[in-house]
Every structure is written in structure tokens, then in C-alpha cells.
Design a protein around this ligand. Structure first.
Ligand code: ARG
Length: 479
């Protein structure tokens, strides 16, 4: 009979036992569950609610259970339903009746909310570390890229040349925003529901601040109904994961394109490529594709929880048991994606020569030729039309605008001097875009310092976060 079996005459049907169990998922939270129980027991003793000796026995018993799970020696039994009852049941088997005092003034409803918040903090923190590591890799790839330029694109059509470093730093900025979102998710989780009990608080003189402090929570949740039914912090985490996954997916798509024969801008290292079982020549960007593919899964996890929470009355409902699988899945999936992306970015070879080679197509200098006329007095709109016509002529002649004879320019406008060829120089085009945030090497150097300052500041922020209870290694990955 289950721990709650007092008012029942029969066990649940075997099929519903398994259906109702959350142990396969929440056993990953064993360290959080044990930390929560130890804090609760110590507080019960400090408040004179249970005997100090019982609290000591509970604490020692829980340590023993944790050591066994850490070492992979603990045999989980699905009949225990969830991690809370698995741990409490085993505790009582080990230390006797004192174990039965642990659940005084507590419900699984505040217990599971506590465990899940502690886990969310650990997961968010781990992802923040992964975010910083990838940002550092992008900065060093940007440095290594030196003055390599590639055709900047809009609509996937050649637009204007940009520094490859500038392009990579755009992703560093996305990751900087992802860090902010993860930090917000961490803060959302960083509040203690423990002491809310089932939904209404309890008649025991609990010290909620004491358990919050012991568990490293920055604050106490002030409404017991909200404490047991709020899962916003998981939504925040999964949203942060989803946006970050979308960023990694966009970069993955670029990697897939860049490493194709058509582009050839980068060559992935062998360690981050795969071959084909039939085509001997193939070197595929599988891992970039897989990151792109896993993004759907992470976004799906977010949508699942949003839909689960929709329409739930207060307070706890069993639907909420469906909250953890997606959150753990999203965080672990993303953590792996971050590590693989970092490896890919750190080991690819940049083919700067090939990038230059393709820039003779697509009239990348057209804007600068129009600017040449505008700077000599022609209204820009008119200059746009003149250059548009030159582009048409070049297209008809099957060449790039920069390859048209100088006479063609003279014929198009009196304002064209022989020095218009200066407007075709791709490096000069890049170097002239000195606007703050622009692609000129001088502007990019300044931008790079800002990215690095952001990484340093976020590293400090990480060090200043409230303590976390790390996820245990004693259970297999959820993936
Ligand atoms: N396994 C449950 C969950 O994950 C724990 C809370 C159960 N509470 C209850 N009253 N059935 O949500």
C-alpha cells in the first residue's frame, strides 16, 4: 500500500500505478529532494516540532540514501510513485519511526515545488555557463578570422561585404541576451515554496525563512496557493531555452550553408562531421543539422508546458506532474547543443580566399557606387536608379558591375570620374562603414571590446548568484 494508503481498501490497479508514477522523471531530482528534506527536518527540530535526535537520524539516513543513489546502488521501485515517497519510504525502512516524522507540516505539493525550483536554478546556472563558454569561443573565432570578409546577405542574396568577425559577433550578442533570459529564469525560480504545505500553510510553527536560507533561496513565496501551483519559473526557463535554441539553429543553418560546395566558406573539422555509408566522398555537417533539428524539440517542450498550465484551477493539480520531463529535456538537450556548437566553432577552418572569390558576383559594390554619385551631389534616389541601370547592363554582359568598362560609367553620368574604381575595392567598402556597430575593422574592434566586457560582467554575475543544489549524477540522463 502506498504511503497515502490509509483511507483506501484496495491498491490502485497495476496499470494506473505505472500511469500515475513520476519516478522515472523525478528521480533525477533526488539531490534536490534530499536537500529539501534535510532543511525541513533541521527546521522542525529548531522549532521544537520534532526531537533533535530524530532530526539527526533523519539527516544521517538521508545522507546514506543520497550516497547510494550517487553511486548507482539504489534500486528504484515504480510502486513508490515518485521520488518523494521513494526517499521517505526508504528512510523509514532504514531509521525506523523517526523517518515517519519527516513529513510533519509538509505536503508533496510544496515538496515537489521546492525540488523543481532547486533543479531549475541548477539547470539555468549550467546553461549560463554553457552560454559564456560558447560566447568566448565565438569571440576567439572572430579574432582568428582577422580581416576575412564574406558577402553579407539579405534574402540570401549578396548584399554588401562584411567582416566575418562582425558576422560571428552578431551571434555573441544573441547569446548575451540569452544569458539575460536565463538569469531572469534563475531569479524566477529562486523563491522558496517550502512551508506552504498542501495549499493553505500549516498549524505548526514553521520557520519558512530558515528553510529558504538553508536551501539557498533568496526569498520566500508569500502566498501558499501560489507557492504550490506556480510553474512560471519553468516556463521562463523553457522560453529562455527555446530562444537560445533558435539562435543556435540559425547559426547551424549558416554552418550547413557555409560548409556546402556552393559556399565553401568554412571546412568543418573531421571531429564535427560525418560520412555516408554509401557515398565515399561525403563529409556531412550532421551535428549542425542535429542542433537545428533539436530546436523543434526544445520549443515543443515549452509549448507542452504552456498548454498543460492553461485552465488549471488553484491550487495543485496532478497535471502539474507533467511539468518536469519537458524542462529537464529542454535544458539537457540545449546543454549538449551548446557544447557541440562550441566544438564546431572552435575547430572549423575559415576559407577566406573562397569568400573573396565569390564576391566578384552579385554586384556587392552597387550601394557604394550609388553613394559615390550621391556624395557628388546627385539625390540618392536618382543615383540608385543610375546604378540600377548599370547593374542591368552588367547582368546583360554577364559580368559584375565592377567589371564594366569605365566608359560605361562615364556614359551613365557626368559625375563619374575615373576614380569610381575606388568604390569597387571590397576592403575599402568594409573599412568605410565606420558607423558605431558597423562592419569597419575599427568599429568591429570596439564592438569586440564591448562583447568581451559583457562576458566578463556576466561571469561576475554568475559568481554572485545564490547557491544551487547541483543535479545528481546518480541517475541516467533524461535523454
Ligand atoms: N509526483 C507529484 C508531481 O510531480 C508530486 C506531488 C504530488 N502531490 C499530490 N497531491 N499527488 O507533481
Amino acid at each position: 500500500m502506498a504511503l497515502w494508503g490509509g483511507r483506501f481498501e484496495e491498491n490502485v490497479a497495476e496499470a494506473t500505478q505505472e500511469f500515475g508514477a513520476s519516478l522515472p522523471i523525478d528521480r533525477h531530482l533526488y539531490r534536490q529532494d534530499i536537500a529539501g528534506s534535510k532543511a525541513h527536518a533541521a527546521m522542525l527540530a529548531a522549532q521544537g516540532i520534532i526531537d533533535a535526535r530524530d532530526a539527526d537520524a533523519i539527516s544521517a539516513g538521508l545522507d546514506g540514501i543520497q550516497a547510494d543513489i550517487d553511486a548507482g546502488r539504489f534500486a528504484f521501485d515504480i510502486n513508490d510513485e515518485d521520488i518523494h515517497m521513494a526517499v521517505e519510504g526508504e528512510l523509514t525502512r532504514r531509521i525506523g519511526p523517526a523517518g515517519g516524522r519527516l513529513h510533519t507540516g509538509r505536503s508533496r505539493n510544496d515538496q515537489v515545488a521546492t525540488d523543481t525550483r532547486l533543479a531549475a536554478k541548477a539547470l539555468a546556472r549550467g546553461l549560463m555557463e554553457g552560454d559564456l563558454a560558447l560566447r568566448r569561443a565565438l569571440v576567439s573565432a572572430a579574432r582568428d578570422a582577422g580581416d576575412a570578409i564574406l558577402p553579407g546577405m539579405t534574402h540570401l542574396q549578396h548584399a554588401q561585404p562584411v567582416l566575418f568577425a562582425h558576422h560571428l559577433l552578431a551571434y555573441a550578442w544573441m547569446l548575451a541576451r540569452d544569458f539575460t533570459r536565463l538569469r531572469a529564469a534563475f531569479d524566477a525560480a529562486d523563491a522558496s515554496p517550502l512551508g506552504a504545505a498542501a495549499l493553505a500553510g500549516t498549524t505548526y510553527p514553521l520557520d519558512r525563512q530558515m528553510t529558504a536560507d538553508a536551501l539557498g533561496f533568496s526569498r520566500v513565496i508569500e502566498n501558499s496557493l501560489d507557492a504550490v501551483s506556480d510553474r512560471d519559473f519553468l516556463l521562463d526557463l523553457e522560453y529562455a531555452c527555446s530562444v537560445m535554441a533558435v539562435h543556435l539553429s540559425r547559426l547551424s543553418e549558416e554552418i550547413v550553408l557555409w560548409s556546402s560546395q556552393e559556399f565553401g566558406f568554412i571546412t568543418l573539422s573531421d571531429a564535427y562531421s560525418t560520412g555516408s555509408s554509401i557515398m565515399p566522398q561525403k563529409k556531412n555537417p550532421d551535428f549542425a543539422e542535429l542542433i537545428r533539428g533539436k530546436t523543434g524539440r526544445v520549443v515543443g517542450d515549452l509549448v507542452q508546458l504552456l498548454v498543460t498550465c492553461k485552465g488549471l484551477p488553484l491550487a495543485y493539480n496532478k497535471d502539474l506532474q507533467e511539468d518536469k520531463a519537458g524542462a529537464l529535456d529542454a535544458a539537457e538537450t540545449l546543454e549538449r547543443c551548446l557544447a557541440v556548437m562550441r566544438g564546431m566553432v572552435s575547430t572549423w577552418t575559415v576559407n577566406a580566399g573562397r569568400m573573396r572569390q565569390v564576391m566578384h558576383k552579385g554586384h556587392l559594390a552597387a550601394t557604394d557606387v550609388a553613394d559615390y554619385l550621391a556624395k557628388r551631389g546627385m539625390p540618392f534616389r536618382e543615383a540608385h536608379a543610375v546604378v540600377g541601370h548599370l547593374v542591368l547592363e552588367a547582368e546583360q554582359a554577364g559580368c559584375d558591375i565592377s567589371e564594366l568598362p569605365i566608359e560605361t560609367f562615364h556614359a551613365a553620368s557626368d559625375l563619374f570620374g575615373d576614380d569610381v574604381v575606388g568604390a569597387f575595392d571590397l576592403d575599402a567598402i568594409v573599412a568605410a562603414r565606420t558607423t558605431r556597430g558597423g562592419t569597419a575593422p575599427t568599429a568591429v574592434a570596439e564592438q569586440m571590446s564591448l562583447v568581451e566586457a559583457g562576458i566578463a560582467a556576466d561571469g561576475d554575475a554568475l559568481a554572485g548568484l545564490s547557491p544551487v543544489v547541483e543535479m545528481g549524477e546518480g541517475t541516467r540522463s533524461v535523454l
